[in-house]
Design a protein around this ligand. Structure first.
Ligand code: PBG
Length: 316
C-alpha cells in the first residue's frame, strides 16, 4: 500500500551521471574521497556510458581532467579542440549516440593552474568579463565536439547569455544550456577537488553564493531565464532543498539538482563505518531531492540507483 500511494517515485530517467575523464592514464584512477568513483580513462568512460544507458539513466555530465603540465593561467586546455573534455564528448557520442543526453561542465577550474573558475586580473581577482570570453569559446568547442547540453558552472554574471550567443553564432541553436543557477560556495565540494586534481587555494566566495541567502537565488534565476537558460540547476542538493523547492515552484523550465561529491562521500563514509544502511540512505537522499522539486538529479550513484529502480526490482 505504501508503494501504491507514494507521492514521489524515483525513475532511472530522473538520473544523470557525472563522470570524470583523465588525460594520459591507462587505468582508471580511484578517487579516495569518493569510494566507488574513478577518474576514467577514455576507454572506461565509454564503458561507463554504455552501462548508464543500459540502466536507463538519461544523461551524463562530463568533466575533463587534463595533464598537470597542460594547466595554465587561461585554462587553454579547456578550449583546445583536442583537449580531454572535447575528446571525451566525441568518444561518448560515438559510443552511445543519442541514447544518453551528453552534457559537459563549462568551467575553467579544471584547466587553470590557479584552480579558479575564471581568469584572473592583475590583482589576482577573478575577472568576470574576461572569463565570459573564455566561456564563449569553450561553449563552441564543446558544441563542435557534439555535446547536447552545456552546463556553465562558473557563476560568472552574464554567462548564460554569452554562451547562448556563442552557440547561436556557430549555428548550434539546438545545443541546450543547463544553467548552474543557484550554486553555493560550499564546503561539500571538497572531494571534487581531488576528483579533478584541482590546484585551488582559497575559495570561490567572490563568485559563488552565500549559504545564508535564498532570495539571491531567485534573482540569479530570473537573470538566467532572461539570458536563455533551457534548464536550471540548484547545487548542492541536500543542504539546499528549500532553494530547490522554491526554484521549482517558480519556473516552468526543467529543474535539476546536483547531489555533489561531499554528499556522496558522507553517505559512503558513514556506511563504511557501519553507522548507516548505505543502500537505503542513497535512495532516501534521492527521494528527498525529487520530492523537493527536482525533475533531474545529478548523482554519482546514478547507474547503481537506476539499476536498483529497474521495473520488477523491489527498490525499497
Ligand atoms: C566547477 C564545478 C564544481 C563542481 C561541479 N562543477 C566545483 C566547484 O564549483 O568548486 C562540484 C561537483 C561536486 O562537488 O560533486 N567546474
Amino acid at each position: 500500500m505504501r508503494r501504491m500511494v507514494a507521492e514521489t517515485r524515483l525513475h532511472p530517467a530522473d538520473l544523470i551521471l557525472p563522470a570524470f575523464v583523465r588525460e594520459g592514464v591507462s587505468e582508471p584512477v580511484p578517487i579516495s574521497a569518493m569510494p566507488g568513483v574513478v577518474q576514467h580513462t577514455r576507454d572506461t568512460l565509454r564503458k561507463a556510458a554504455v552501462e548508464a544507458v543500459e540502466a536507463g539513466v538519461s544523461g551524463i555530465m562530463l568533466f575533463g581532467v587534463p595533464e598537470d603540465t597542460k594547466k595554465d593561467a587561461l585554462g587553454t586546455a579547456g578550449t583546445d579542440p583536442d583537449g580531454i573534455l572535447q575528446v571525451a564528448i566525441r568518444d561518448v557520442r560515438a559510443e552511445v549516440g543519442d541514447e544518453l543526453v551528453v552534457m559537459s561542465d563549462l568551467c575553467l577550474d579544471e584547466y587553470t593552474d590557479h584552480g579558479h573558475c575564471g581568469v584572473l586580473d592583475a590583482e589576482g581577482r577573478v575577472d568576470n568579463d574576461a572569463t565570459l570570453e573564455r566561456y564563449a569559446e569553450m561553449a563552441q568547442v564543446q558544441a563542435d565536439a557534439g555535446v547536447h547540453v552545456v552546463g556553465p558552472s562558473g557563476m560568472m554574471d552574464g554567462q548564460v547569455g554569452v554562451v547562448r550567443d556563442a552557440l547561436d553564432t556557430i549555428g548550434k541553436e539546438d545545443v541546450a544550456v543547463l544553467a548552474y543557477t543557484a550554486k553555493y560556495a560550499s564546503a561539500f565540494y571538497g572531494p571534487f577537488r581531488e576528483a579533478v586534481g584541482s590546484s585551488l587555494k582559497g575559495d570561490r566566495k567572490t563568485y559563488q553564493q552565500d549559504a545564508a541567502n535564498l532570495r539571491e537565488s531567485m534573482r540569479e534565476l530570473a537573470l538566467d531565464l532572461e539570458e536563455g537558460a533551457d534548464m536550471v540547476m540548484v547545487k548542492p542538493a541536500g543542504p539546499y532543498l528549500d532553494v530547490l523547492a522554491k526554484v521549482a515552484d517558480a519556473v516552468d523550465v526543467p529543474v535539476a539538482a546536483y547531489q555533489i561529491s561531499g554528499e556522496y562521500a558522507m553517505i559512503e563514509a558513514a556506511a563504511e563505518k557501519g553507522w548507516i544502511e548505505r543502500d537505503k540512505a542513497i535512495l532516501e537522499s534521492l527521494t528527498g531531492i525529487k520530492r523537493a522539486g527536482a525533475r533531474m538529479i545529478l548523482t554519482y550513484w546514478a547507474t547503481e540507483a537506476a539499476q536498483r529502480l529497474a521495473p520488477g526490482t523491489a527498490a525499497r
